[in-house]
Write a protein that binds this ligand. Structure first.
Ligand SMILES: Cc1cc2nc3c(=O)[nH]c(=O)nc-3n(C[C@H](O)[C@H](O)[C@H](O)COP(=O)(O)O)c2cc1C
Length: 389
């Protein structure tokens, strides 16, 4: 399975094309729309989220609610494009109009300057329109298809917020998957720990008031992946590395850790590794899950626990960052009229979906995947085989 996305932030539409989804898998647009709506929620998101009401149109690869095995093509229309047609239209415009509208001021913390240098664009809009996190809507659409596949294979996934601006949610190891999914859904900051919810909301409000921004940590939790998915035999087949790469590829994500993660540096080996046990019902399992469900680039069969850190949003309203105009070479302060103060709750949804895609891809790489019912059978058989191994 692989996917491509196309489209600019204020362009006509975002397009996602996914290839390699097995034929004869049930897929409804509601499966994708519910994910898109979840990405738009969250305390601290600004007005753009009210303008965009993301809804998907399935324009290829699905017939009568079932996948065909051909590429799946998804479109998210931008209702606001009518206001941007002059600026973002594909037809040539006069030199005069062009000059009046060029963006020459690169914002620190964005792709603006590096992208302009790389592609030789003197109008920075040509960079910022595509590097914007608006593209994550197209990635959520791809992940929603992957999540539908995982669900039909008995694999559930949940993404939520672990930390905002240094306010850390307690570990909630006792929570079931359903608890995690439901609690995160009703929380305005997508946190499982009620005790810190208000403090997180206050921190976002305060940042907003000060015209500043704050970051945080998201966690994704997966249950139902059997042991042995991924591979140790080559660097580019290690599933933990693919998941890590997909997380760092989300706009503003700066690092990833599995299980106890960076804490492992401070502990002895006896406090880190997960001992092996066996029972007739469960097959092989671990008495702890400190390494977050991975050993040797493969799943251990324990829940996958992965966290990603998001830097604070770089566009600041009242505390603008210094930059240099690429035309005049004069310094300026990167001010904006409006920007979100914190997008960590939305980013947790994005992270859940990019992880889902990597898991679905690893499964289709490993098992027969032309026909979905055969993939289901193959996975059932594999689960039974490894239980008695
Ligand atoms: C869901 C989400 C929403 C975001 N919203 C904004 C925003 O409103 N304003 C902003 O300046 N950056 C926003 N960002 C972050 C920028 O897209 C990001 O800082 C930029 O792409 C550069 O990131 P990088 O340094 O990780 O490449 C958002 C990121 C995500 C994941």
């Amino acid at each position: 399975m692989r996917y491509l996305t196309a489209g600019e932030s204020h362009g006509k539409q975002l397009t996602t094309i996914i290839e390699g989804v097995p034929a004869r898998m049930p897929l409804l647009k509601e499966d994708i729309n519910s994910s898109l709506l979840r990405r738009q929620k969250g305390h601290g998101r600004g007005r753009r989220m009210q303008i965009e009401k993301d809804l998907v149109e399935i324009v290829g690869g699905v017939r009568h609610g079932v996948t065909l095995g051909s590429p799946i093509s998804l479109v998210i229309h931008n209702d606001d494009f009518k206001h941007w047609e002059d600026i973002m239209g594909e037809d040539p415009i006069s030199e005069n109009t062009k000059i009046r509208r060029v963006v020459t001021r690169p914002r620190p913390g964005h792709a603006d300057l590096n992208g302009a240098l790389k592609y030789g664009h003197r109008d920075i809009r040509n960079i910022l329109e595509r590097s914007s996190a608006r593209e994550t809507a197209a990635r959520v659409a791809a992940g929603a298809v992957a999540k539908t596949m995982l669900k039909n294979l008995g694999i559930e996934i949940s993404g939520y917020v672990k930390e905002i601006a240094g306010i850390v949610a307690k570990d909630q190891v006792h929570l079931t998957m359903t608890d995690r999914q439901q609690l995160s859904e009703v929380s305005p900051v997508r946190v499982l720990d009620k005790d810190v919810e208000q403090a997180m909301i206050d921190a976002i409000d305060q940042a907003k008031q000060e015209g500043d921004s704050i970051g945080g940590v998201c966690e994704v939790y997966v249950e139902g992946m059997p042991a042995g998915i991924g591979s140790y035999v080559h660097y580019d087949r290690k599933l933990d590395s693919k998941i890590a790469g997909s997380i760092v590829s989300i706009n503003a994500f700066k690092g990833v850790e599995f299980g106890i993660g960076f804490e492992a540096a401070k502990l002895n080996g006896s406090e880190v590794h997960d001992e092996i046990a066996w029972s007739k019902e469960r097959g092989y399992y671990r008495t702890t899950n400190r390494l977050g469900g991975f050993e040797g680039g493969m799943t251990t069969g324990m829940p996958i626990v992965v966290r990603g850190v998001m830097k604070p949003i770089p566009t600041l309203m009242k505390r603008p960052l210094e930059s240099v105009d690429i035309e005049t070479k004069q310094p300026f302060k990167a001010t904006v009229e409006r920007s979100d103060a914190c997008a960590v709750p939305a980013a947790a949804v994005v992270m859940e979906h990019v992880v889902a895609f990597e898991l679905a891809k690893a499964i289709t790489d490993q098992f027969t995947s032309d026909q979905f019912p055969k993939l289901q059978e193959a996975m059932d058989q594999y689960r039974e085989e490894i239980r008695c191994f």
